[in-house]
Design a protein around this ligand. Sequence first.
Ligand code: HEC
Length: 101
Amino acid sequence: MYLKTLICLMLAMSANFSQADAGLAKSKNCYACHAVDKTVMGPAFKDVAAKYAGNKEAASLLAGKIRNGGEGFWGSIPMPPNAQVSDAQALKLASWILATK
Ligand code: HEC
């Protein structure tokens, strides 16, 4: 009984965690060009997660790209820098993106 409650609690907490980061992506306007599961102007976040799967440097690499922008990795459209995102937020977003499937 106790264990069941604990598992429910953990599930609820992890759901909250990812929802918070999805909210961060929304508030930072990422969804203007991205979606989790389809290509908009930028790549689908789950495609990004698949591309960098197994890359240990991925979170910090992507955090840098989120802040400074990037181009040429997914197509000819560049991503402009997102200066409104702090380093900590960029890292949080990168980890969240890498966990999307
Ligand atoms: C104006 C449109 C636009 C906005 C706003 C935008 N992106 Fe992008 N993003 C792009 C495009 C276009 C690319 C592909 C760039 C390339 O080909 O290298 C991209 C690529 C990426 C990548 C993959 C980088 C790589 O080199 O593999 C990540 C991660 C990413 N964006 C996250 C974000 C996050 C998080 C936000 C919000 C803070 C955001 N983007 C806001 C257009 C945008």
